[in-house]
Design a protein around this ligand. Structure first.
Ligand SMILES: [Mn+2]
Length: 294
């Protein structure tokens, strides 16, 4: 895509008149929250960078062979992330509950992983049979971190007390959170023990319930795939391995929402925003494929 006058603040550059929310299959929601990151900064600028990069993706998806965009992709205004974390959480909650009134499947773009706490809660309350697929390098199961429970290091703790959480890609676990891995409602597939994706996928499918919220911390990928993220770890999923996993989960489960967090904007390169926007469009393509087969 390289037409003039492309709207760089709309996912895929789609015009708003062809993508009104009630008619859309997908909604893209920027959540540019950054407060508790401990090392690399730039997640607040992640959503806008991803959306701008998405205007360079081809509309026809060469893998799914779908014109996914024809199903409608609405881009929402960014959630207001100014003010205290409590205020931001209230803004997120309001946005999620409003979007729940529409058929569109939301793709929330972070921002730091903390936002998942507020994003997932309304879905946990609405869907009795919900589970969460948690793609990440880090377990994110600390009850509190640096004096607050609302931290990126605690992103999945509240959800893990309520619904099954299935963790993949994990290769960094703190001593104070290891007791929460593979305990209670949490299943943790450590990366080094599950490097064969073909063997991992059926185990993940088995542990998930029928209705799934997907949270993708981009550091679950290998840093060679997604280099710009706050706290990278070596040895993550490669592009096609991760797609194999997501394709199968989307095929077999009802997906209520997806969040993609911790992508940073940095001046060194644009690989991260390009790859994250392609990831989002590809996941939409997998969802589009389900409609096609009906
Ligand atoms: Mn992480």
């Amino acid at each position: 895509m390289s037409e003039d006058n492309v709207q760089t603040d709309k996912f895929m550059g789609l015009e708003s008149k062809t993508s009104s929310l009630p008619l859309c299959k997908f909604a893209v929601v920027p959540v540019p929250f950054e407060k508790t990151v401990c090392y690399g900064h730039g997640t607040a600028k992640g959503p806008a960078a991803v959306i701008e990069a998405s205007t360079q993706i081809e509309l026809w998806d060469e893998e799914t062979k779908t014109e996914t965009w024809e199903l409608g992709i609405n881009t929402q205004p960014a959630v207001n992330c100014k003010g205290s974390t409590n205020t931001v959480f209230k803004n997120i909650d309001k946005t999620v509950r409003r979007l729940m009134q529409y058929p569109a499947i939301p793709f929330y773009i972070g921002g730091e992983h903390t936002v998942t706490q507020a994003l997932a809660q309304p879905y946990i309350e609405k869907y009795k049979n919900l589970s969460i697929l948690h793609f990440d390098a880090h377990a994110d199961l600390r009850p509190t971190f640096e004096g607050t429970p609302k931290s990126h290091a605690c992103a999945l703790y509240p959800a893990s007390r309520q619904v099954p959480v299935v963790q993949v890609g994990i290769r960094s676990v703190a001593s104070e959170e290891k007791q929460f891995c593979n305990a209670g409602k949490v299943t943790t597939f450590l990366m080094h023990e599950h490097r064969d994706i073909k063997k991992l996928i059926p185990q993940v499918i088995k542990k998930l319930t029928d209705t799934v919220y997907i949270t993708i911390d981009v550091d679950g990928f290998d840093p060679s795939v997604i280099p710009a993220t706050g706290t990278p770890q070596p040895g993550g999923f490669m592009w096609y391995e991760a797609l194999d996993l997501f394709r199968e989960v989307i095929k077999r489960k009802k997906i209520v929402a997806v969040d993609v967090v911790e992508a940073c904007k940095r001046s060194a390169d644009t690989i991260t925003e390009f790859n994250v926007s392609k990831l989002i469009y590809r996941l939409m393509g997998y969802l589009a494929l389900k409609d096609k087969k009906k």
